[in-house]
Design a protein around this ligand. Structure first.
Ligand SMILES: [Zn+2]
Length: 305
């Protein structure tokens, strides 16, 4: 029971890549990877999955749970489409199940039409075979999750070098209590509403200040707000989590609590002790997941030619 609760807490809230990490350029990311490789035990699942560069053959099924799993049959998102560009190409995380890739292709076109932007900028999806990563993210392991930048895509097609260096846009005010009106726009409301309204989407994660603004600006149609979940960071990008499919061997989270989530639950995030937590005293880092913590089928995915 506790194990499950902890698992849910990790997948649902904390430990999703910090905003700073999500923005890191190729050099910073490489340094972090090197550090992880130096310190992780040899059997750490992050070390093993984090160094695989190709997909595993198979039918494209997700296996396990968002924070403990993998997938076979990965496909890579094209770097550039009519209505999307993939950023931070050096990370090789633009992979997912065919279902995720199809979802993003369609979502990007719909997003362009509801926002008036040229399209969307896509951040991390999954590694070629999923699993835990050497850097960042507790989830993103099943090939059914993606980060989408809050910076609009313009008509400019970025070079590979620019995709490593360009930063996204911070929608949140410095005091973290509300959005920054200089960067937040009605297009962001439409973009997030589109994502949360999709029947394929289980949850959308945003910064609490963004959720606060959505609660204010949603108007009478509020059912979609239920799936928009506040969490740390997520002021430069939002995270889309698809539901497990019937063909998958993965486990869905329980649905979010009923209602729009705009009341007491949201207020909690703005308490001073939550907004500015005391730094934790240095201690032993948590034990890294090993292959034994993942479903046995992930061993086969890892070892597939
Ligand atoms: Zn994410």
């Amino acid at each position: 029971m506790w194990k499950q609760l902890i698992c849910l807490a990790i997948a649902g809230a904390a430990l999703i890549a910090s905003p700073a990490m999500a923005q890191e350029n190729a050099r910073q990311e490489a340094a972090r990877r090197a550090q992880a490789l130096k310190t992780l035990p040899p059997d750490a699942a992050r070390r093993l999955f984090g160094q695989v560069t190709t997909a595993a053959p198979g039918a494209g099924h997700a296996i396990g749970f968002y924070s403990r799993g993998c997938y076979a049959g990965g496909v890579q998102m094209a770097n550039t489409g009519e209505t999307w560009q993939v950023m931070r190409l050096s990370r090789n995380r633009s992979w997912g199940t065919p279902r995720l890739v199809r979802f993003l292709q369609k979502f990007s076109a719909d997003a362009a039409s509801v926002t008036g932007w040229q399209g969307i900028l896509i951040g991390d999806m999954a590694q070629p075979r999923g699993g835990p990563m050497l850097t960042g993210h507790a989830s993103h392991q099943l090939g059914i999750e993606a980060d989408i930048w809050l910076r609009p895509m313009t008509g400019r097609v970025y070079s590979a070098a620019e995709r490593e260096e360009v930063s996204s846009t911070d929608l949140v005010r410095k005091d973290k209590l509300d959005i920054d009106p200089r960067t937040y726009s009605a297009s962001h409301v439409q973009l997030l509403k589109l994502a949360a309204s999709s029947p394929h989407v289980a949850r959308v994660f945003v910064n609490p200040a963004i959720k606060k603004a959505l609660c204010r600006d949603a108007g009478a149609d509020r059912a979609w707000l239920r799936k928009v979940r506040p969490t740390w960071g997520h002021n430069y990008h939002f995270h889309v989590r698809l539901s497990c499919n019937s063909g998958d061997a993965c486990r869905n989270q329980p649905p979010p609590p009923p209602g729009d989530g705009c009341g007491k639950e949201l207020d909690w995030w703005f308490r001073p002790e939550v907004l500015h937590p005391k730094p934790r005293p240095p201690g032993k880092p948590p034990r890294a997941l090993t292959m034994a913590d993942l479903p046995p089928a992930c061993q086969a995915v890892l070892q597939a030619p």
